[in-house]
Design a protein around this ligand. Structure first.
Ligand code: ADP
Ligand code: MG
Length: 589
């Protein structure tokens, strides 16, 4: 977060305090209170949908759990609000974890569908249980108190609710700029990449689903004490859709989008409900139609929501550079030069009837640069996917530093120090170059969600940033660290991938066509970096079509064609081999 944005945060708090003290008309305070309650729930949705790419229609049901737990326990057991909040949080966390656990493993529409089913069933449960007062609900809850004083439904409630909303936004801002935050931001489009960087993506998905549900639960707990009564209607599927609507209208790409979306939807809802029936001369929920049209227009013309306008006006944000005296991240023990680092034994992969990799064996020794070459479609990228665990192999074995790694998850292989780049660049386009590189250091850090929110991760975060910057400088991207990754030309995106892999302090680096798209000078620079890495004891397996580069930097070259092994040896040996020439030129000897 940069200095400017930090100052915006304080401005917002000052605004809240001012509004809480000004003599505003009760109608407007009531509106603001609803907006605050809604924004708290949509904040969780921004995190879930915008950041992690997961869609939930069931947030209203979690709001209901918070509200009903507060009301039922207070009215029947006389429990104080603090205890009902804890219980609500526990029930919400358990149910969200359960739903997440069974649906998030599956891709596609399972989560939205499961959340719809969840929303519907909880709604009917609330409406049909005698103990919950059926559709009439529970009545007679007391107002919340602060320092012994009831906060009521006016400005006191406003101050509490909006301060909580502000705190939640600040906490999430910290979270998004941290080790777990970067892992979360990779969930949407970069799951495979994140796993290859050592991120346990399923765990993060479930975690973020639970966190979003907790925001909804707290909002429900506040809502129950605000209304002093609960009934099922604000917790049904219609409201679940409306929460999603708020997040999308405001802009799921930014936390403030939740504030804006909740505000716009609440105020429009209010105004349209008064004006439309008067205008049309008949009563009915016409505002729903207007909302539907609005959603279509926004998705068409402003897919990033209304906040993107404000974002444009504010300009890009730049991370404050505060890691000059950062500690150094822990480093791995490196194998001695000459030890076998990678031992590939008869690996095989078929896709249906196509044998993409046919019983290939080779070794990489510590301090060696080994080239893996062959015409397009030879199976080189597939070999990378097999070694790194991105794809399961049909048969064969892989040993890394003397330990069998075939059959392990790609994140577990990455954590052991085997890092890769992708032939088709995989990065998070809307994140800075620096943050993208920092994902590579994921397995060297430990800080989790709580320590990020409480800012207990500061020294680790600085160490990660310093490492990311060091590696970016090393590959020649030192002057672009604050740019959005999407703005880099293709060749530099490949360099970014190398820097990201280096952030993990790997013992073996697998590079898939790193020079594609680089200009001549950049290629020379790349060769220099590769040799420097080698001199530091790094082992590299290089797939590359630029033969000058391959012949220049490799100690040993393995050649394959149509998934099969052709020959191997020194660059001179391979260059002189007629079989290799034939494979490349497509001619017989
Ligand atoms: P290279 O990287 O050497 O150009 P690849 O490893 O990408 O070659 O591909 C080897 C062969 O396997 C190609 O014929 C390709 O079409 C096929 N292939 C690669 N990945 C898949 C996949 N996921 N499903 C089906 N076929 C694939
Ligand atoms: Mg390839």
């Amino acid at each position: 977060m940069n200095r400017l944005r930090a100052y915006h945060l304080w401005l917002v708090l000052a605004g809240i305090v001012t509004l809480a003290l000004l003599p505003l008309p009760p109608f407007w305070i009531a509106q603001l209170n609803y907006i605050g309650l809604f924004a708290l729930t949509s904040l969780g949705l921004v995190l879930l949908t915008g950041v992690a790419g997961l869609t939930s229609f069931g947030q209203a049901a979690f709001v209901g759990i918070g509200a009903y737990t507060a009301a039922w326990c207070a009215l029947n057991l006389g429990w104080p609000p603090s205890i009902t909040l804890l219980l609500g949080v526990a029930i919400t966390a358990a149910s969200a974890w359960f739903i997440g656990r069974i649906t998030l493993r599956l891709s596609g529409h399972y989560l939205p569908l499961a959340t719809i089913a969840w929303g519907l069933s909880l709604y009917y449960l609330m409406g049909n249980l005698e103990a919950l007062g059926k559709y009439d609900g529970l009545i007679g809850l007391k107002s919340l108190t602060l320092l012994g004083e009831p906060i009521g439904q006016g400005q006191g409630f406003f101050a509490v609710c909006w301060t909580l909303l502000w705190l939640a936004t600040v906490a999430l801002t910290f979270l998004l700029n941290s080790r777990p935050g970067r892992a979360l931001r990779a969930l949407k489009d970069g799951r495979q990449m994140a796993e290859a960087m050592g991120v346990h993506t399923l765990r993060y998905k479930i975690g973020i689903f639970v966190v979003a549900a907790l925001f909804a639960c707290v909002s429900g707990w506040l809502f129950a004490h605000f209304q002093r009564t609960v009934n099922p209607s604000p917790f049904g599927l219609k409201m679940g859709i409306e929460y999603l609507f708020m997040a999308v209208v405001g802009g799921v790409g930014n936390l403030w989008g939740a504030w804006l979306g909740a505000g716009v939807v609440r105020l429009l809802d209010e105004q349209l409900q008064t004006w439309l029936p008067q205008l049309l001369g008949v009563s009915g929920s016409f505002e729903t139609i207007v909302f539907g049209v609005m959603l279509v227009l926004i998705l068409k013309y402003r897919p990033d929501g209304l906040w993107s306008w404000v974002q444009q006006w504010l300009g890009p944000s730049e991370r404050l550079r505060d890691w000059d005296n950062a500690p150094v991240l822990p480093q791995r023990n490196k194998p001695a030069v000459g030890d076998v680092v990678l031992d590939v034994q008869k690996i095989r992969k078929h896709f249906g009837g196509l044998v993409a990799v046919n019983n290939i064996s080779f070794q990489v020794k510590a301090g060696q640069i080994v080239g893996l070459i062959g015409p397009n479609g030879a199976g080189k990228s597939t070999i990378f996917n097999l070694i790194t665990g991105t794809l399961p192999m049909s048969s064969g074995q892989v040993q890394f530093n003397g330990q069998a790694v075939h059959g392990l998850h790609s994140r577990d292989i990455a954590t052991r120090g085997l890092m890769r780049t992708f032939q088709h660049v995989k990065m998070i386009p809307n994140m800075s170059v620096l943050d993208n590189a920092a994902i590579g250091a994921h397995s060297r850090g430990h800080s989790g969600v709580m320590s990020a929110i409480l800012r207990r991760n500061r020294s680790e975060e600085k160490a990660i940033m310093a490492e990311a910057e060091r590696q970016l400088v090393r590959v020649g991207l030192g002057d672009r660290i604050h740019d959005q990754a999407a703005n880099l030309p293709m060749g530099q995106q490949r360099l970014l991938e190398i820097a990201r892999a280096l952030c993990a302090d790997p013992t073996l680096l697998l590079l898939d066509e790193p020079a594609a798209g680089l200009r001549h000078l950049e290629k020379r620079e790349l060769a220099r970096v590769l040799r420097q890495l080698q001199s530091e004891g790094m082992s590299i397996l290089l797939v590359e079509h630029d033969m000058d580069l391959v012949m220049d930097v490799c100690d040993h070259i393995v050649v394959m064609e149509f998934g099969t092994y052709l020959t191997e040896g020194s660059p001179a040996h391979v260059q002189a081999d007629p079989k290799v020439r034939a494979a490349y030129l497509g001619t017989e000897h």
